[in-house]
Write a protein that binds this ligand. Structure first.
Ligand SMILES: [Zn+2]
Length: 282
């Protein structure tokens, strides 16, 4: 294990167990972010309560299969993080957390665990660990990619760069800027630029740009795609206590699509299981 990781872990443990994070938050909220108090606390500026603070953790892929541009969290690390949360925080079901928030009686260090996108390793790796440690979690599924080979747009970009043999590239939609791809670091720079550019495009243009990237890079995918969950697996997770929510149908950038597309993405009907409607964050 890297020295840096050991130091980070040791520091986190000391901070949490001595309550230094609570103290730091109290200080920040009382003396530095006083003007934000009405926004984060409906009690108003004069009524301060740390019991209104909570955190929602977002996990994505939980796997030991390293990816250079969208690295999964190793299951061993995930389990260590779960144990840390269990020991130092109050892990709550997301809806329960929201309810407590509404009633203004959140316990200290309230945390909710969420898994986004709907990767199959959430079933094979995360689910057994969540069950083992009896921790609640919410799985937000991209419904249009369940049980099929429809790859999410950002994974198409990541995989195009991961599996290409091209040493350089340029894209018409990015003004034909020339990028070198002769090292992982160079590829990463290009991935960051293209993902950032893609996020700025409206829905159909973003997908056309993803196609342009794939056409230019001609990735050799073979078995390289990250598998997604099936409905059978999602149902089993639900029966095992995992809450299921919708993460839209195709995982677009919601602020970049029009009202008709928004309605189309909000598919919580005609699905094999009932699904709450949730606001997508990533
Ligand atoms: Zn997502």
């Amino acid at each position: 294990m890297e020295v840096k990781q050991i130091l980070i872990r040791a520091t986190a443990r000391v901070v949490a167990e001595l309550g230094l994070d609570q103290g730091a938050n109290l200080f920040l909220e009382r003396f530095i972010y006083r003007d934000c108090q009405p926004a984060i606390s409906r009690g108003g500026p004069g009524r301060f309560s740390r019991h209104r603070r909570f955190q929602v953790l977002m996990f994505h892929k939980i796997s030991s299969d390293a990816h250079p541009f969208f690295a999964p969290l190793d299951p061993l690390q995930f389990e260590r993080q779960l144990l840390f949360l269990k020991r130092c925080f109050q892990v709550m079901d997301l809806e329960e957390l929201v309810e407590h928030c509404r009633r203004n009686d959140l316990p200290e260090r309230a945390v909710a665990i969420t898994l986004d996108d709907g990767y199959r390793d959430n079933y094979t790796q995360a689910f057994p660990l969540l069950r083992k440690h009896a921790l609640p979690a919410t799985l937000f599924v991209t419904t249009g990619s369940v049980g099929n080979s429809r790859v999410l747009w950002h994974d198409r970009v990541f995989d195009a760069f991961r599996y290409t043999k091209a040493q350089h590239c340029q894209f018409k939609r990015m003004g034909n800027t020339h990028f070198l791809l002769d090292s992982v670091a160079a590829k990463r720079e290009c991935v960051d630029a293209t993902i950032s550019f893609a996020k700025s495009l409206p829905g159909p243009a973003r997908l056309a740009f993803v196609e342009e990237i794939e056409d230019a890079l001609q990735p050799d995918l073979v078995d390289g795609r990250t598998p997604m969950l099936s409905w059978t697996e999602i149902k089993e997770m639900r029966a095992g206590g995992i809450r299921i929510g919708s993460h839209t149908r195709t995982h677009p950038i919601l602020s970049r699509i029009d009202a008709v597309q928004l309605r189309d993405e909000n598919v919580s009907r005609d699905l094999p299981i009932p699904m709450g409607v949730w606001v997508i964050t990533v």
